[in-house]
Design a protein around this ligand. Structure first.
Ligand SMILES: Nc1ncnc2c1ncn2[C@@H]1O[C@H](COP(=O)(O)OP(=O)(O)OP(=O)(O)O)[C@@H](O)[C@H]1O
Ligand SMILES: [Mg+2]
Length: 150
């Protein structure tokens, strides 16, 4: 599934559509967000976290690696692996314990094993000053989700 995203609002709308296409129980779901610096990965994650009912700020997890959101609608973990050089760091930090929520992962190429277990890949590309998104299912349920969005 692909979509032209003319502005930031379009990126946010797509994120809330993805949120609404997810099942009620999102524990163990992993969504990968790829794209160059400034492509809109955090914009997408922030909009999805807000669609899930979070009303406060959504700080960048660049330094903390993971920002957890314990929401009435379920847990969301916003993860940014930009600063991770070895995947082993993650397991040392307890990343294998984030399976009780939905994981949104920026820069997933830093952690191939984590990326392998993903359900959905959201690729954001620059198209002039706008963006273009490609959504690809990485699991059967992720593939089914992409078919609900057009
Ligand atoms: N569809 C769009 N068209 C134009 N601008 C957009 C679009 N979506 C988001 N933006 C803008 O692009 C920027 C994206 O920044 P954001 O922090 O989300 O990128 P990022 O991919 O997370 O970057 P980083 O790799 O540094 O984490 C923001 O300024 C946002 O307003
Ligand atoms: Mg970001």
């Amino acid at each position: 599934m692909t979509r032209f995203l003319p502005d930031e609002q379009a990126t946010m709308t797509l994120a809330s559509e993805v949120y609404r296409a997810l099942p009620r129980d999102r524990a163990g779901w992993t969504i990968l967000l790829t794209g160059e610096l400034g492509a809109g990965k955090s914009t997408f994650a922030r909009a999805l976290i807000k669609a899930a009912g979070h009303s406060g700020s959504v700080p960048s997890p660049t330094y903390t690696l993971v920002e957890p959101y314990k929401l009435p609608s379920g847990n969301i973990y916003h993860i940014d692996l930009y600063r991770v050089s070895s995947e082993d760091e993650l397991y040392y930090l307890g990343f294998d314990e984030l399976d009780d929520g939905l994981c949104l992962v920026e820069w997933p190429d830093r952690a191939p094993r984590l990326a392998e277990a993903a359900d959905l890949l959201v690729e954001l590309r620059y198209e002039g000053s706008a963006r273009h998104a490609t959504l690809t299912g990485r699991s059967a349920r992720g593939h089914a989700l992409t078919q609900k969005i057009n």
